[in-house]
Write a protein that binds this ligand. Structure first.
Ligand code: PLP
Length: 362
């Protein structure tokens, strides 16, 4: 007998495919030759890497983090270009990367030294990451030309694609102009393919798409912008986290609820206990008032989220009972709203979802 705990995450594969279409159309409108590299790192933002790859197989390539993820895609039969966003962590990985025709991002000069020394079964297509102002990964713009020359001199390098990543494509106060300026100055005159845009840049600054766009969050149906949901952008939410009430209680005015009595009932009220807690990936820091649906009606969480349960206000749903359906996020309740209430972003909700939550695909 399988567990009957009612918590389940539903992944809508048609939504993933639809969102890729949105990304594709935005890309084509900006640059008819540009290709779409579907970012499916972090287990496809919690949606399941192989499930997502299948739904997104019309992408021109995939981007992942680790060799393991890339090899899983190759084993499943995907022959797409696969970019490794952090390249190789150790020179020991290079041979396997060459064998599998993977495309590592080169972001440090010592990686070029390792490449120069490597004797590989095939030459590699590599991506050179230039730091144009995010100051996370990348070769400083002032040294990018020298790094490129060193890469092009490596016998093990077949081609180079130039990339950078924006720190504030989703924040109008920062934008992309300053970084774009640095990028175009240091790559001026080079006839090499370039890749600049994440979801936010693709949607807000289509002029910067370059030759490869790298949409991530939008493929899963969530918005990269604060104060806007995926559906505002024509996207369909691919993930719905659903559960049920496992208890319904009446608490009296002045009684405290859950750990720390973080919520005190201001009057007699009906409350429900939902089978979902922080061990499932629901954010523990979601405060009283975080939106949640019971029987499709919006209400709010109450008190502290426990490991396996959380508490909801049943005042707006007087007919709710043990077994009533609950939507934690997805469907009529955008994950972006839950994330905002909990002081985080949909990216974190999706990727933090625990492996113990059973998946149902539609
Ligand atoms: C994760 C990532 C992306 C995708 O970003 P979204 O905001 O999810 O679209 C693109 N490029 C790089 C380098 C990344 O690490």
């Amino acid at each position: 007998m399988l567990s009957q705990r009612p918590l389940v995450v539903r992944i809508d594969r048609a939504a993933l495919t639809h969102n890729l279409g949105v990304a594709r159309r935005a890309t084509l409108a900006a640059h008819p030759q540009a290709r779409v590299l579907a970012v499916i790192k972090a287990n496809a933002y919690g949606h399941g890497i192989l499930r997502a790859a299948e739904a997104l197989r019309n992408a021109d390539g995939f981007a992942v983090l680790s060799l393991d993820e890339a090899l899983a895609l190759r084993h499943a039969g995907y022959s797409h270009p696969i970019v490794l966003l952090e390249g190789f962590f150790s020179g020991d990985e290079l041979e396997a990367m060459a064998h599998a025709h993977l495309r590592p991002v080169i972001h440090r000069e010592d990686q070029i030294t390792l490449l120069a020394r490597a004797a590989l079964p095939h030459r590699l297509d590599v991506w050179l990451k230039i730091d144009t102002g995010m100051h996370r990964l990348g070769i400083p713009a002032s040294r990018a030309r020298a790094a490129l020359a060193a890469l092009q001199a490596c016998a093990s390098v077949a081609s180079v694609t130039l990339m950078t990543h924006f720190a504030g494509a989703d924040e109008p106060a920062i934008g992309v102009a300053a970084q774009q300026q640095v990028f175009s100055e240091c790559t001026q005159g080079l006839a090499l393919p370039v890749s600049l845009a994440n979801s936010a840049a693709l949607l807000r600054y289509p002029a910067v798409v370059g030759d490869w766009v790298r949409p991530g969050i939008m493929l899963y149906g969530a918005s990269p912008f604060a104060g806007q949901t995926g559906s505002d952008l024509g996207l369909a939410a691919a993930m719905t986290l659903e559960s049920r009430l496992i208890a319904v209680r009446r608490v009296a005015r002045g009684e405290g609820l859950g750990y720390g009595h973080a919520f005190m009932a201001p009057q007699d009220m009906n409350i429900g206990i939902v089978a979902c807690g922080y061990a499932d990936g629901y954010p523990r820091h979601a405060p009283t008032g975080t939106p949640i649906l019971v029987e499709g009606r919006e209400t709010r969480t109450l008190g502290r989220v426990s490991m396996d349960m959380l508490c909801v206000d049943l005042t707006p749903c007087p007919n709710a009972h043990v077994g009533s359906p609950v939507t934690l996020w997805g469907g009529a309740l955008p994950a972006e709203r839950v994330a905002a209430a909990a002081g985080t972003i949909a990216y974190e909700l999706f990727t933090a979802l625990s492996a113990r939550v059973p998946v149902e695909e539609t």
